[in-house]
Design a protein around this ligand. Structure first.
Ligand code: UGA
Length: 421
């Protein structure tokens, strides 16, 4: 199949490379020529383990261009993978989705033959059959589902393990309402033997949001219980190991600590809340998920103040800046509120992360960046923010360590406390 991918951010880059690996011809489209240059030379525009190799291996099936018209004209299906930033009220900003839809519609006006438009970006339920459909129809003068295909195919990728998530998915969700779009997506995923759920388009969009909201809810629930377990002197990890053995519950995403960050959970939960509010509902559980999550990093700071009441002039080491290990992504990283609060309190912050220093530095140029994790240990207190594997290999003997993520090895510190244990 010939597929164009609009947007070469995280979702677009991974999706396009994986579709190429499946044997399809891929045209990546972006307005940023540097990203396209990367792709053309087999380098990923974003950090994701294995993606460079995948692009390099499939370069003969890959092209990259800024010419949207040509890309759409020359392909059978277009996946919209552009960004959906947040508005100040938490709802999603659809300006890139709308302009991608307009670009596609203008090409479809002239194009003969069937073309399928697939929404891959995370959009709140109703978006594809709402603004996307109306923009496509207005720009093309054609009718969706009759003259061209329209479908939703949400992604369930985790940064750091995205390739495994694509090639060994728990399920594939296909939101398709016309037989030809359904066939295009079923053909694309024919080699996968996981459950494939074909639903109405708004249902597929909702499955994506509800999956993320539920996983975020599990984490905030684990954190609330973790806060209680800590007060009671109970090991919360043992509690959840037992709870997770119930097949109805499942052990995943019960790791308590300083909460969830990243480009998805915080944004998606807020967008779902905003959608509910716009419909006149005030979602209590979702609001609490956000409230617990915002409180967790502050609990680590409260622990620090218990041991060092006045942080002014104290050297505080920060281990980890990325929102989770195996990524350089700092979006909504718990390191952000923690470092901000440390600076407000007058602390001297020294931080280390294996991948995320450059990204963090552009927001926090005023702190010291260490060239090794060991250097950070030479501090009045060490805060563990991201559970990088290499932090398990450090010698924490004699240190004051406050752990937001549960690094087992750190428990040898002269004082060691976890945020929920
Ligand atoms: C998340 C979902 O897991 C993916 O299924 C989804 O496709 C993706 O969002 C998306 O919408 O694109 P991601 O944000 O890459 O993936 O990372 P996760 O591994 O889910 O971690 C998110 C945050 O939750 C991290 O800050 C992590 O440290 C935290 N977390 C995770 C916990 O605090 N406890 C846990 O038990 C698990």
């Amino acid at each position: 199949m010939k597929i164009s991918i609009l947007g070469t951010g995280y979702v677009g880059a991974v999706t396009g490379a994986c579709f190429a690996e499946l044997g399809n011809d891929i045209t990546f489209v972006d307005i940023d020529p540097t990203k396209l240059d990367c792709i053309r030379t087999g380098r990923s525009p974003i950090y994701e383990p294995g993606l460079d190799e995948l692009l390099t291996r499939n370069l003969h099936r890959i092209s990259a261009t800024t010419d949207t018209t040509q890309a759409i004209r020359d392909t059978d299906a277009t996946f919209i993978c552009v960004g959906t930033p947040s508005n100040p009220d938490g709802s999603i900003d659809l300006r890139y989705i709308e302009s991608a839809s307009r670009d596609i519609g203008l090409v479809l006006q002239e194009k003969e033959g069937w073309h399928t438009v697939v929404m891959k970006s995370t959009v709140v339920s109703g978006t594809t059959k709402g603004i996307v459909r109306s923009t496509l129809e207005e720009a093309s003068g054609k009718e969706a589902f009759r003259d061209f295909g329209l479908a939703s195919n949400p992604e369930f990728l985790k940064e750091g393990s995205a390739l495994a998530d694509v090639f060994s998915p728990d399920r594939i969700v296909i939101g398709a309402e016309d037989p030809r779009s359904r066939e295009v997506l079923e053909t694309l995923y024919a080699s996968f033997d996981c459950p494939k759920l074909v639903t109405a388009i708004p249902v597929a969009e909702m499955i994506k949001y509800v999956s993320n909201a539920f996983l975020a809810t599990k984490i905030s629930f684990a954190n609330e219980i973790g806060n209680l377990c800590k007060l009671m002197g109970i090991d919360t990890a043992e509690v959840f190991a037992g709870v997770g053995l119930d097949a109805r519950i499942n052990p995943a995403f019960f790791r308590s600590g300083i909460g969830f960050g990243g480009s998805c959970f915080p944004k998606d939960v807020r967008a779902l809340i905003a959608q509910a509010e716009a419909s006149g509902l005030h979602p209590k559980i979702l609001s609490s998920v956000v409230a617990v999550n915002e409180d967790q990093p502050l609990r680590l700071l409260a622990l620090l103040r218990k041991h060092i009441p006045d942080l002014k002039g104290k050297r505080i080491g920060v281990l980890g800046l990325a929102f989770k290990p195996d990524t350089d992504d700092i979006r909504e990283s718990r390191a952000i509120p923690i470092v901000s609060a440390l600076l407000d309190a007058g602390a001297d912050v020294i931080a280390y992360d294996p991948l995320a220093i450059a990204n963090f530095q552009s927001f926090f140029p005023e702190i010291t960046y260490a060239s090794s994790a060991a250097e950070v240990l030479e501090s009045d207190a060490v805060l563990i923010i991201t559970e990088w594997k290499e932090f398990e290999a450090l010698d924490y003997t004699g240190r004051l360590v406050l752990d937001g993520r549960r690094i087992q090895k750190a428990a040898v510190g002269s004082i060691y406390e976890g945020v929920c244990w």
